[in-house]
Design a protein around this ligand. Structure first.
Ligand SMILES: [Zn+2]
Length: 93
């Protein structure tokens, strides 16, 4: 076991940034390595992750209908500006 690169305190202090994807690759992989070797920190990370998921799914299920409608409209208008005929091969003859 080699946990010398980063301490439990550091990991726990940065776990939220890690879960949010705010750390750079090097730092994130350091944390990931530590979590793989350190069950207490791993459990802490799992707990935080689940908490985040619960919050996110709750937000999603409560997403107001107009928002979804707006997204659909936006996608449709983008398709229209491109035009349906673009990319079709020219007719021979
Ligand atoms: Zn640890």
């Amino acid at each position: 076991m080699d946990l010398s690169e980063i301490s439990c305190e550091e990991v726990l202090g940065e776990i939220e940034h890690y879960l949010h994807g705010e750390l750079d690759d090097r730092r994130a992989s350091l944390l990931a390595d530590h979590l793989a070797d350190c069950p207490p920190c791993f459990e802490r990370a799992e707990f935080q992750r689940r908490l985040k998921e619960i919050v996110r799914t709750k937000c999603r299920s409560e997403a107001p209908q107009p928002l979804l409608w707006r997204i659909k409209v936006a996608l449709r208008s983008e398709w229209r500006t491109r035009g349906p005929g673009e990319g079709t091969p020219p007719k021979s003859g």
